[in-house]
Design a protein around this ligand. Sequence first.
Ligand code: AMP
Ligand code: MG
Length: 330
Amino acid sequence: MYTEILPIDEKSLRLAKKIIDGGGAVAFPTETVYGLGANAFDNKAVEDIFKIKGRPNDNPLIVHVHKDYDLTGLVSDIPEYAKALAKTYLPGPLTMVFKSSGRVCSSVSCGLDTLAVRVPSHSGAQQFLKCLDLPIAAPSANVSKHVSPVTAEHVYADLKGRIELILDGGKCSGGIESTVLDCTGKKPQILRSGLITREMIEKVAGSCDEYVLKEGERVLSPGMKYKHYSPSCRTMLFSFCDKNKAVEEYNKNRAQNVNAYILCDEITAESINVNHILNLGKTGEQIASNLYEKLREGERCAELIIAIAPEKQDGVMKGVMNRLIKACGN
Ligand code: AMP
Ligand code: MG
């Protein structure tokens, strides 16, 4: 199959619609990462998404809709706090989990009675979703467990020959996947952290819980149990207070002719004497936005990525740390 990368315009959207209506999948940009979308009403199209990515079939997908789509047909029991959150943060990088009304095919939710929905704010995503006017089931447009794609070229590198069309909307600004919030209880519960932080949720919803996977317990967010976001080269992860050990490890590997790179934020980069650095930037937002691009750059140029966690780990950094541990931790 020949894979085309096209800018988003009338012609490419017409082609995208033809592919989706024919039961195929199209990659499209969002403000978080690129998604691989298929018609959520079409069971075969959704099953194909799992096959294309090699995604485990117990890891449910998020349904994406345009901003004027009526969600009440897809989900039920929407609590007041969720309405307030939607009013404040949607369109945006917040996925909400509700009771499913059962209209979307069951393979989207992998048999769960809930459905995760999201309204992306990226203008290209909105154009794509508006022209289809369908709920689009979309995981990230990468091979399962690899680093998520934040450019059309990243999607192409992973899915070339497996899909017909990649809509190119440039680099995704957010850089890490959406916050996933369980809205089926009395209070919201964060299942996956992201750019909409706990503080932002509490400001609107009063209070919220955060889900921690405990051994032996039923998994609430199946995706969280998998190793994810991994570059193809060797990786190591050091905490900020062990940054000197990370530099020792770098020097030891370089002395043995191993092409090692340090992945760290700008403040750490300025405090160490190292020539080969993958610099993530300064603020939490910059670090989130650059993380996957730097991991992909790292796997192209390095044999070993030695990551040093940033010192500050609140707000957006919580989501970054979650990805960094899954990408580079043991
Ligand atoms: P991805 O599409 O790779 O960004 O992953 C989607 C994330 O949303 C995974 O962590 C899933 O476990 C989570 N998710 C999707 N649907 C549900 C659902 N119905 N209930 C709980 N978590 C969900
Ligand atoms: Mg993913």
